[in-house]
Each structure stands twice: as C-alpha cells, then as structure tokens.
Design a protein. Sequence first.
Length: 117
Amino acid sequence: MITRNIETEPDYETPHGVKAKKLYSHPNAIIIQLFLKPGESLRRHLTPVDVAFYVLEGKGVVLVGDEKKEVEQGTLIESPANIVHCWYNESDALLRVLVIKAPKPTTPSKFLEERKQ
C-alpha cells in the first residue's frame, strides 16, 4: 500500500507559477492539487488529455471552451482533451482544486498566454 499526505508532499513546480502538490503519477493518470490564493489564476491552455477538476475548498471561476462559470466546493468539472481551460480565484479566500488527467500526458500543454511574473 502506498499512502501520501498532502501536508508532507513537496511542492510541485507548475508552468502556472501557483502552489501545487503532485499526489499521484502513473501512465494511466496524474493527480495534482492546486492552491490558488485570492487574485491568482492559471494561464489559459489546452491539455492533450481529458481533465477532471474537483473543487475541494473555496470558490472560483473556471473556463472550459467558451463557457465560464463560478463554481464552489463539491463541484466536479469535466474538460475534454485539447479544449482551452483556465482557473481564476476572484474570491478573498483560498481555492483548492484537485486536477485529474487521464491518461497521464506524454506531451506538454499548449499555453495561449505568457506566464505572469
């Protein structure tokens, strides 16, 4: 049995510049937890595999394709492969999102904008 605790996992460097922790990495899938502070956002991008997002804490705005919606804790969002998506924390509280990519991507995401410094 393999167990992991989010509190003891090291931070995972993402191309978005936000805090993240990788919880699972296998050819069949990858699971990452994102931590977006108030005012933080990801870069708009396309991922070459299907992605499921599950909001663990807080509320945020998610963009998938041409749909943009505010979602809150307990919500699951599906994003098909090669569709633009992004997260925005426009609230005044932490937003934690579990990201599940299946299968694990073998090519990088395509970014539609530069990383904010």
